[in-house]
Design a protein around this ligand. Structure first.
Ligand code: SAM
Length: 450
């Protein structure tokens, strides 16, 4: 999935958070409320909002982490805050910042019921910085009422599907239609903090040696699913990436175990000419380069993301027997320079709704719309159609998304197989989000030899 800025949405100025102790919970609540407003009211992607937040002068790590945790948790609680506010407010307040300060505070109270009085006190402190402090008493009264009326609020949440399952109604409708048995588990998977998967760089280490390094650093690993592949490790507890031993040296990368399935399914061999058609930020491309000495062409349409891709695929990070060609272009318009010879293998990790990674990107629940799905499906179809002629007879193309909607996955591939006689389905894999990995879909296609 890709974050997006809603076009035409008003741009919100980003004042610093003033007047609060930067090591206080009030600071974390106020900061989180500002960021949630950026996503919910101004349509900014969470990724972009967090980049801005990290650029600001920030208080100690623990408070920053608390603010970021609160942002994620509040965005994951889709629908719950709205139901709570509709019960607690006599009339809707038009002020986004105030609504979101209440949303964030209610989330904090739910996460820390044993410290409710601290939460209310600090939320009131944070409210003192809004509109000259005129909402202090109001926030105090609403949060205290929320504590007194918890049972009634929970009953209202239980009666509302969007609040109970924490997903928009249109999203739930699609999950119910596509996954009649599994949809509640999928929704629950999208509401959890995601697992932290690691990919050990087999060129520099292996999972046994690296697991020992983690143990030495006090980090435990959890069991992975049986077909996780030879490079996969799972941390028992997510950790800040920069605390991972050997990260800067390239011994390991943070990569979901579901994403690692792409390289396993492609099974690239020495000397193969490989195209990664939608390659940024380069996680799967790096994995392919670690697996075998291949000739890789990595294409990405977005210039900013392409710059990140170039950094990730810097030839200095890989042995000299790999050839790496990074191209900033629309993969749907194969260029004369990069597509003049056919490929043995193509990875199409298509732009998608991200409905399988909602735990990691909870802003998608707020920013996506039902009508985006057919639009994305059209783009996916366009890319598949344009890339197929670039595959050698006998070659394989892996189509993948981090979505669980059939319109982006099974329907897409069924239609493609009906329309393209020389395409054969080798295997299809659907991964539902669980404690090991995010939700993914893969279809491995083979071009029949002529
Ligand atoms: N494979 C990547 C990885 O593992 O790090 C993730 C790819 S992400 C799901 C999809 C990417 O496709 C985005 O970076 C997006 O900008 C890019 N993209 C979208 N449309 C494209 C197009 N027409 N041509 C090339 N890239 C495109």
């Amino acid at each position: 999935m890709q974050g997006r800025e809603q076009s035409g949405a008003p741009q919100r100025p980003r004042p610093g958070v003033t007047g609060l102790q930067p090591d206080s919970l009030a600071w974390a609540i106020k900061t989180a409320a500002g960021c949630v407003t950026d996503v919910v009211a101004f349509g900014r992607s969470l990724t972009a909002v967090l980049v801005d937040l990290r650029r600001q002068e920030l208080p100690p790590y623990a408070v920053r982490a608390q603010a970021i945790d609160l942002i994620y948790a509040t965005l994951r609680r889709f629908g719950r805050g709205d139901v709570e506010l509709s019960q607690l407010l006599d009339r809707p307040t038009a002020e986004d910042e105030l609504r979101n300060l209440l949303r964030v505070s209610l989330c904090w109270l739910e996460m820390h019921p044993e410290k409710a009085h601290v939460g209310v006190d600090q939320a009131v402190e944070a409210a003192a910085t809004l509109s000259g402090g005129r909402y202090r008493g109001f926030v105090n009264a609403i949060l205290r009422r929320a504590l007194r009326e918890r049972i009634q609020l929970d009953a209202a949440i239980a009666a509302n599907d969007e609040a109970h399952y924490q997903h928009p109604a249109w999203w739930l409708r699609r999950l119910k239609a596509d996954w009649p048995d599994d949809w509640p588990a999928i929704a629950a998977g999208g509401n959890r903090k995601p697992p932290m998967g690691l990919r050990v760089n087999r060129l520099r280490s292996d999972v046994r040696i690296y697991a020992q390094k983690l143990a030495d650093a006090g980090m435990a690993v959890a069991p992975v699913m049986p077909d996780a592949g030879p490079d996969a490790l799972l941390l028992s507890q997510p950790q800040p990436a920069d605390s991972l031993p050997g990260l800067a040296e390239g011994d390991v990368a943070v990569q979901d175990l579901g994403a690692q399935q792409a390289a396993l399914l492609l099974d690239v061999q020495p000397g193969m000419r490989v195209l990664d058609a939608c390659a940024a930020p380069g996680g799967k491309a790096s994995h392919l380069l670690e697996c075998a000495p291949i000739e890789l062409t990595a294409v990405e349409v977005d210039p900013e993301r392409c710059a990140a891709l170039r950094r990730a695929l810097d030839p200095a990070r890989f042995p000299a027997d790999r050839s790496i060609n990074v191209i900033c272009a629309d993969a749907g318009r194969p260029g004369a320079t990069w597509a003049k010879r056919p490929f043995d293998t193509i990875l199409l990790d298509a732009p998608c709704s991200g409905s399988g990674v909602a735990g990691r990107h909870p802003d998608a629940k707020w920013l996506r719309r039902d009508e985006d799905i057919p639009t994305l499906a059209r783009t996916q179809r366009y890319l598949l159609k344009a890339l197929w002629p670039l595959l050698k007879p006998g070659g394989r193309l892996l189509y993948g998304t981090c979505s669980l909607f059939a319109q982006e996955n099974g329907w897409q591939i069924e239609a493609f197989l009906r329309a393209v006689p020389d395409a054969r389905l080798v295997t299809e894999r659907r991964l539902l989000p669980d404690n090991c990995h995010d939700g993914f879909y893969y279809a491995l296609l083979e071009k029949r030899p002529v």
